[in-house]
Design a protein around this ligand. Sequence first.
Ligand SMILES: Cc1cc2nc3c(=O)[nH]c(=O)nc-3n(C[C@H](O)[C@H](O)[C@H](O)COP(=O)(O)O)c2cc1C
Length: 167
Amino acid sequence: MNTLIAYAGKHGATRQACEELMRGLSGEVTLVDLGAGETADPADYDRVLVGGAIYAGALKEEAKTFLEEHQAVLLTVDLGLFLCGADKKEQRQETFFADNVPAELLSHARVRGHFGHQFHFDRMNFFERLIVKKVVKVRQSEDKLDLDAIKRFASAVEQAPAEGMDE
Ligand SMILES: Cc1cc2nc3c(=O)[nH]c(=O)nc-3n(C[C@H](O)[C@H](O)[C@H](O)COP(=O)(O)O)c2cc1C
């Protein structure tokens, strides 16, 4: 079983979440940072986990593009989707998936996760700091990665049937 984790983040939270996720998976795992220009062919993997950070309601662009460009292949693999974001409302998290992932892929994905967030004020630009202070009302860095959610996601991925996934 080989797994591709393809992710796009900006300030490091998504990367850290993916490194956590890797620890919960068996077999060979390849981590690809789409935001840094890395890429991979999902056809080379049995399982593909794709995700990224949410900024102003949008999934980080490189993750969105990866999902769109590889849609046909992704519909043939065991697929998981994940997000990093600060919004705690489950309803909003569902909306993020619906707004950012092609509908066919969303219904094909067997596992979905929301991994929480981090705010790194030292890595944000002026406008990002301003938005977080004014809109989210958070004034300093915080680490709210949801390690339990990442573990649950990893176990759900591990329970995937290796064969017979034709949906
Ligand atoms: C400018 C800005 C806008 C954001 N917009 C959203 C948002 O619309 N919804 C949300 O759930 N989280 C939002 N977040 C929180 C990020 O998704 C969160 O900090 C995430 O952990 C960032 O991941 P990264 O460090 O991998 O870039 C925003 C953060 C910043 C700095």
